[in-house]
Design a protein around this ligand. Structure first.
Ligand SMILES: NC(=O)c1ccc[n+]([C@@H]2O[C@H](COP(=O)([O-])OP(=O)(O)OC[C@H]3O[C@@H](n4cnc5c(N)ncnc54)[C@H](OP(=O)(O)O)[C@@H]3O)[C@@H](O)[C@H]2O)c1
Length: 218
C-alpha cells in the first residue's frame, strides 16, 4: 500500500489508466505542471509514438505498474471498462486517491447512484474516489483560460476530505478553477451534465468541443 502524505510541499506522482484523448490531455497538463506521470495501457509495447506525442519525460506501463507508480490514480477508460478494471485492481487502488473522470451516458446506474459511487463501491472499504474532469472536453486542456480570459471550471465531488483537497490543488496547478460540487453521491449531477454539455456544444457552438460550463455572478 502506498503511504499517502499531505501533498503540501511537493507534487504528487500521478498514474493514468488509459492512453486516449483525456489521458493525453490530462497527462500533458500534469507533466507541464511538474508532476511525474505514469500512463497505463492494455498494450504499452504497441505505443511506438507515445513519447513523441506526450513528451520524453512521460512513462508508459501496464495498468498495474501505472497504479503502483501513482500516488493519485486517474481512470480515463471507457465507462464500460471501469467496473472490471476497478475489480481487478481493487487491492492496489484501495487507500489511494482515485479520480474517476468516466462518463456513464446510457449505462448510468438506474438506482440513482453516480458512476463514481459504483467505482468506489467496487474498490470497497478504504476507497478514496473523487469524481472530476467529467464536464471538461479534452480539447480544452490546451487552453485552461477560455475566450473570456477566465480560467475554465473543473467540477469535482467526493467524500474523502484529504482527497478532495488534493484534487483541488491538482486542478489549480494546471491552471483551471476548482468548483466543489458536493459528495460522491451528488456527483450523479455531473454524470447528467455531460450529455447536456455535449448537446449544448452542438446546438450552440457547432460541436467544436472547446466550450466549458461557467457559473457567472448576477
Ligand atoms: N473525450 C472527452 O472530451 C472526455 C471528457 C470528459 C470525460 N471523458 C470520459 O473519459 C473517458 C475516456 O475518454 P476518451 O475520450 O479519452 O476515450 P478514448 O480516447 O477512447 O481513450 C480510452 C482509453 O481507454 C483504454 N481502453 C481500455 N479498454 C478499452 C476498450 N475496451 N476500448 C477502448 N479503449 C479502451 C485505451 O487505452 P489503451 O489502448 O492504451 O489501453 C484508450 O486509449 C470516457 O469515460 C469518457 O466518457 C471524455
Amino acid at each position: 500500500m502506498t503511504n499517502i502524505t499531505p501533498f503540501t510541499t511537493r507534487k504528487p506522482r500521478i498514474g493514468i489508466l488509459g492512453t486516449g484523448s483525456m489521458a493525453l490531455a490530462l497527462g500533458k497538463s500534469f507533466l507541464a505542471a511538474g508532476h511525474f506521470v505514469a500512463f497505463g495501457s492494455r498494450r504499452p509495447e504497441t505505443k511506438k509514438e507515445f513519447h513523441e506525442i506526450v513528451g520524453e519525460e512521460s512513462r508508459i506501463y501496464g495498468y498495474q505498474a501505472a497504479i503502483d507508480a501513482g500516488e493519485i490514480v486517474i481512470i480515463t477508460l471507457p465507462y464500460k471498462e471501469v467496473a472490471a478494471t476497478a475489480r481487478k485492481f481493487a487491492d492496489s487502488l484501495r487507500n489511494k486517491i482515485v479520480i474517476d473522470i468516466t462518463n456513464p451516458f446510457a449505462a448510468q446506474p438506474n438506482n440513482g447512484d453516480s458512476g463514481a459511487q459504483v467505482t468506489a463501491s467496487i474498490i470497497g472499504e478504504g476507497a478514496r474516489v473523487v469524481a472530476a474532469f467529467k464536464t471538461n472536453f479534452a480539447a480544452t486542456f490546451e487552453n485552461p483560460v477560455d475566450s473570456t480570459g477566465e480560467p475554465r471550471e473543473v467540477h469535482y465531488a467526493g467524500d474523502d476530505e484529504e482527497a478532495m483537497e488534493a484534487v483541488e490543488e491538482l486542478i489549480k496547478g494546471i491552471g483551471f478553477k476548482p468548483v466543489e460540487c458536493g459528495t460522491l453521491a451528488q456527483s450523479v449531477a455531473l454524470d447528467h451534465m455531460v450529455p447536456l454539455m455535449i448537446r449544448l456544444d452542438a446546438t450552440e457552438l457547432d460541436a467544436q468541443h472547446l466550450s466549458s460550463f461557467r457559473l457567472t455572478p448576477g
